[in-house]
Ligand binder design. Structure first.
Ligand SMILES: Cc1cc2nc3c(=O)[nH]c(=O)nc-3n(C[C@H](O)[C@H](O)[C@H](O)COP(=O)(O)OP(=O)(O)OC[C@H]3O[C@@H](n4cnc5c(N)ncnc54)[C@H](O)[C@@H]3O)c2cc1C
Length: 441
């Protein structure tokens, strides 16, 4: 694929195009002679190495907005140009205070949240995912795992964790889900009790990516009892967020979880786990909102990753179709094949338009909850369809271990589930539409 073609779209600045080309060149060189074994130890080792290499190359700096990399509109594309990593002083200087003014791409002065450049995050994920699922995962988790600190951490917490996340020296994780609280986030039961200058955490978290290799976890826990409404649903109040270092007494990995596209994943246990009260992120009781704000930034990048997987499947399918001899011709000579390829390419471009529209809306300070949900749902569902069509086109080879399309078939599946499953995205879109209709009536 010509990596630069979609970067001509009006959502992007020239710096975005340059970023995509640089990441692509890096990944092409890095993965030229590299494949990863899928046993747990090899995957853990590969992930640690990838985070470190992505840090050295400058890409993980895009996970941390104040590292002076994120706002390509402002020409802050220092990581893409290979400049040295942001110092602690620079972090303080940028102060996590800039947020884009509504509508015009300017940086305003509201000190509400730092300015993540979601287009850069999605571009990096799309590019890495075209090359390697684990590289995409390692990059993505640095942002998701530290996002709550970027959005709501005290200056001390930002200073302590973010420079090392940006440089790839510290591995981050986001710990929200529990076995009985996945889509229904408000139902979480993990507790955090205030005790003097500390909070004491008790309970479990599960499905936690980077569980077992992360240096710290942004953990969401109840600081007051759940309010069960008359209809049985749980109110979103009373949840708070904390940073927990992996070496804190009372924290442990209860068990590791193995999935079809291997990456570090675990159930975490908190047993009288005492952390300093200063490790609270934002205001006590506002954790649900913080989790949603974090997901609203990173969901669009999940769509970016899905595009990368889907594009790789289309590239593989095209290559196979023009080379596979069949009935005295090639597979590509048949109209059924051409129609399938047309569907695949159109599905992907439609999803790409939705994805980068959502990213652009976010980056320019416009409301975008509905559009982010549309992007995440469409890109992950379309990529799944496209990859399935590629597997079909490969025939028997398509399901053979070691074939790229077989791997993509496994890599894409979880993206339709995590960070809000497709059904949850539909609920968000429906809710936004109805709210708008009620407001206008
Ligand atoms: C590979 C992987 C990595 C993950 N990494 C992390 C991580 O790093 N941190 C973290 O906190 N969590 C993580 N998760 C957890 C993930 O966010 C949850 O799996 C997800 O939110 C779904 O929750 P659940 O598995 O409990 O499924 P459930 O919530 O039980 O959902 C089951 C099904 O019900 C559907 N559903 C939900 N609501 C409705 C409704 N109102 N009507 C009809 N159907 C509905 C869902 O869409 C889904 O299809 C990860 C999960 C996976 C698979």
């Amino acid at each position: 694929m010509d990596v630069s073609s979609y970067l001509e779209w009006p959502f992007f600045t020239p710096e975005h195009g340059e970023l995509a080309r640089r990441v692509d060149a890096w990944a092409t060189a890095y993965f030229a002679n590299r494949t990863f074994a899928e046993d747990r130890d090899s995957v853990d080792h590969a992930c640690r190495q990838l985070v470190s290499e992505l840090g050295r190359a400058g890409w993980t700096r895009y996970s941390v907005p104040s590292a002076g990399t994120g706002n390509a509109d402002e020409g802050h594309d220092t990581a893409a140009r290979g400049s040295p990593s942001a110092s602690r002083g620079q972090l303080a200087e940028h102060g996590f205070q800039a947020e884009r003014g509504a509508g015009d791409g300017r940086v305003g002065t509201r000190s509400v949240s730092p300015a993540f450049d979601v287009r850069s995050l999605a571009i990096i994920r799309e590019t890495l995912a075209r090359h390697d699922a684990l590289a995409d995962f390692a990059f993505a988790m640095q942002g998701l795992g530290s996002g709550a600190i970027s959005l709501a951490g005290s200056p001390e917490l930002k200073e302590r964790y973010l420079p090392r996340v940006a440089s790839g020296e510290a591995i981050a994780a986001f710990a929200l889900s529990e076995s009985a609280a996945g889509s229904d986030v408000a139902a979480i039961r993990c507790r955090a009790r205030r005790d003097g200058d500390s909070y004491v955490l008790d309970g479990e978290k599960t499905w936690i990516s980077n569980g077992g290799i992360a240096e710290f976890y942004c953990v969401f826990a109840r600081t007051s009892d759940a309010e069960v409404r008359p209809d049985g649903t749980v109110a979103a109040r009373g949840i708070s967020a904390f940073v927990v270092d992996a070496n804190t007494p009372g924290f442990s990995i209860a068990r590791r979880i193995d999935v079809i596209s291997p990456h570090p994943l675990a159930t975490l246990s908190f047993d009288g786990c005492r952390i300093p009260a200063t490790h609270l992120l934002g205001t006590e009781g506002d954790g649900f909102k913080l989790a949603m704000r974090t997901l609203n930034v990173f969901r669009t990048s999940v769509a970016g990753a899905a595009l990368g997987f889907g594009q790789r499947a289309l590239d593989e399918a095209l290559d196979h179709a023009v080379n596979r001899p069949m009935f005295g011709k090639t597979l590509a000579d048949f109209q059924l094949t051409q129609a399938t390829l047309a569907d695949m390419a159109t599905d992907l471009d439609a999803a790409r338009l939705l994805t980068y529209r959502a990213a652009w809306l976010h980056d320019t300070g416009r409301p975008c909850a509905k559009e982010v949900a549309m992007a995440k749902m469409t890109a992950t569902e379309s990529a799944q369809r496209v990859i399935d069509q590629a597997v079909q086109m490969f025939g028997g080879r398509g399901v053979m271990h070691g074939e790229r399309v077989e791997q993509l078939y496994r890599d894409i599946r979880a993206l339709r589930i995590y960070e809000g499953a497709t059904e949850v995205q539909k609920l968000i879109i429906g809710r936004e539409l109805i709210n708008m209709a009620k407001k206008n009536s």
